[in-house]
Every structure is written in C-alpha cells, then in structure tokens.
Design a protein around this ligand. Structure first.
Ligand code: F6P
Length: 370
C-alpha cells in the first residue's frame, strides 16, 4: 500500500503585498519536492472557515514569482475567533468560528498551516496554536515593515522603491513650479516607508508617527531653503504622523474589520499648513495602494523565496508555532507568540534618522542647522 503523504496548507491573510506569490511558490515547491501534498486556502482565514481550499501542484505556481497580489486571495476582515456577521438590520454580530476551522483542517487531514501575514493574521495564527493546538508556521508579510522579531518583512523593499520613484517624479514638477510637494505614504503606526523613501528620494522634511511634529521647524526648513535660492521643497509624511499634542488623522473606520482604523489625510493637512505659513504654493500626493500593488523588487523576490522555503522546511522537520525571520541576513525561526506582539516602530535614535539629521533633513521636532 502507498505510504500516506504528509499534507500541509498555506494561506495569505491581511492586506496584499508584493512578494506574496513568491512565498506561495516557494512553499508549494518545497513541499512537493519533499513528497508532501499542499493545499492553498482561498481568501485567508475565510477559506479555512468555509473549507474553501484547493490542492496545489507545480502548474498552480508556475509563472507567479514576479506577479503582484496573491493567487490565493486575501482579506483583512475575517477572524475565526471574532467572525463578523451582518444581521438583516445592518447590525454586526461576532461569532466564534474556531470549530469550523478545526473541522476543516481535520476533514482535509492538514498536519500544519503556513500563515503568510502581518500582525493581524499572525496573531490569529498564534491564537489557533495556543488555544486550539493547531500547528502553525508564520511568514512575516507587510509593506509597513512593522513586525517585531524580524529585521525585514517582505514587501517593504518594493513599497520603499515605489515611494522613492514617486519622490523623484515629484522633484521635477516641484522644481518647475517652485512648489512644496508633500507625499503621504503608508505604514500605519510606523514610519519605516517614510523614513527610507525620504532618505532615498532626497526629501527635505520627513514626518513620522514616532516623532510628533511641530509646524515651526518644518516652516523654518522650507524658508531656509528659499533663502538659499531653493524655490521648492519635498516633504514626506507617514500616514500615521501627527502634530505634537494632536491626534493621528483617521480616513475611515472599516465595519467588521478586526482592526477598523484606516489612517489618512495628514498629507493634505500639512500641505495646507505649509502654504498658509510660507505663501509657497503646496500640493499633496497620496501614494496609497500603488505601494502595495505590482511586481516585487529583486530583493523582495529573494527574501520571499527564502522565507517560503524556510517555512516549509520548518514544517518538514516538525518545528511548529514559529515564524521565520531575518536576523543578521540569515533566516531563523522565532516563537510565533513573541512575533505576534506589539508592532515595531522606528526608534527615535535610529541611525537612519541621525543620518538624515546630518544631511539637514527636518523631522519636525527641532530646527535643523543646514
Ligand atoms: O498594512 C498595510 C497597509 O497598506 C497600511 O500601510 C495601511 O494603513 C493599510 O494597510 C490599509 O488597509 P486597507 O487595505 O484595509 O485600506
């Protein structure tokens, strides 16, 4: 009688991100190469609740390495422990669907689950491991780069490259029209995209959630440049940036989402404040989902592939309830419970912030000297 094959499943959860397909491809290929079967779960945890999964083969992952998005689909709404169900009167009630997840894992005879996700999905994975005994291996995904216990999430490099290209383009139009151009970038409560793209794109001002800004140093920087004959300035604002003593700008609340706050709007506010205080025409561009869509950079393709292979290898050797992580350029594993803790923000004494200060970039907290 043929030996029963070990069987695994893989899902992508939360917001999409360049490199998801590269991870899926690496996970699937590694399992197949090692004589296992692997199911792709559709639409994140929703597919686990509804038993919506498909057996993957080499053809399922052929040609997807450079492709953006996720062939499995994703959602940042469906939490099996708090599954939002809309009533006829529009009211949302939350149901515990863990049993459905367990039943489906049993029905498909899944030994362990690879969860490719950000903090929301990794937290669900950690809870499934802790409270239900599900064997989970996490892969750190997010353009925001804000996960603890890893030096890099995949997707960040691509988002940073996209924001840098936007800054290069804004430079030429800013210079031509003698304007202040403000670019609002994503990142939630962390300023990694703003900081890195701001340095790479030669910004004059970078505003981060980690350093509440005062208007005075921002205006002083722009005026200083004007006095030095520079009739334009470039400002990068993280969507989570906020004025000193003020609040973050909330764009919308997403009904039924396990993390309902969506940030946005601070870029426009800053542009208006600058125009009012300096008299220099100012415009805001919100880069938005362009940061998440499209093909991953070469760096993200390599990182995603390494993460995918490492996640499947952890399953093969039975090392569960871990997340694969980048540490000193090596892929290691860390406990998923630890990895699913508080988001990782930029520290205010970060070396890249110091680098920026030496170049005269204003972070909105003190008047820069050059
Ligand atoms: O976490 C990734 C991210 O793109 C954040 O940078 C942003 O704040 C959020 O997701 C937007 O979420 P949504 O896709 O629900 O609008």
């Amino acid at each position: 009688m043929a030996e029963k094959k070990r069987r695994f499943a893989v899902l992508t959860g939360g917001g999409d991100c360049p490199g998801l397909n590269a991870v899926i491809r690496a996970v699937v290929k590694t399992f197949l190469q090692n004589g296992c079967e692997v199911y792709g779960v559709h639409n994140g945890f929703n597919g686990l609740i509804n038993g919506n999964m498909q057996l993957m083969d080499y053809a399922s992952v052929s040609g997807i390495l450079p492709r953006g998005g996720t062939i499995l689909g994703t959602t940042n709404r469906d939490n099996p422990f708090k599954f939002a169900v809309e009533q006829e009167n529009g009211e949302i009630v939350y149901k515990d669907m863990r049993q459905q997840v367990l039943d489906n894992l049993k029905k498909y005879d899944i030994e362990a689950l690879v969860v490719i996700g950000g903090d929301g999905s990794l937290n669900i994975g950690a809870q499934l491991a802790r409270e239900c005994g599900v064997k989970v291996v996490g892969v750190p995904k997010t353009i925001d780069n804000d996960l603890p216990c890893t030096e890099r999430t995949f997707g960040f490099d691509t988002a940073m490259a996209m924001a840098t290209e936007a800054l290069d383009r804004l430079h030429t139009t800013a210079e031509s029209h003698h304007r202040v151009m403000v670019l609002e970038v994503m990142g939630r409560y962390a300023g990694w995209i703003a900081l890195h793209s701001g340095i790479a794109g030669g910004a004059d001002v970078i505003l981060l959630p980690e350093i509440p800004y005062k208007l005075e140093p921002v205006i002083a920087k722009i005026k200083q440049r004007k006095e030095a004959g520079k009739n334009f300035s470039i400002v990068v604002v993280a969507e989570g940036a906020k004025p000193e003593g003020g609040e973050m700008s909330v764009a919308r609340m997403v009904k039924g989402s396990f993390e309902p706050i969506r940030l946005g709007g601070i870029g426009e506010k800053v542009a208006n404040e600058i125009e009012e205080a300096t008299g220099i025409e100012s415009r805001c561009t919100v880069l938005g989902y362009l940061q998440r869509g499209g093909s991953p950079t070469a760096f993200d393709r390599v990182l995603s592939t390494r993460y995918g292979v490492a996640a499947a290898e952890a399953c093969l050797r039975g090392e569960y309830n871990v997340m694969v992580s980048l540490y000193h350029d090596q892929i290691v594993t860390v406990y998923i419970q630890k990895a699913a803790s508080k988001p990782r923000q930029v520290s205010v004494d970060n070396e890249i912030i110091r680098t920026g200060r030496q170049l005269g970039i204003s972070f909105g907290d003190e008047v820069s000297v050059n």
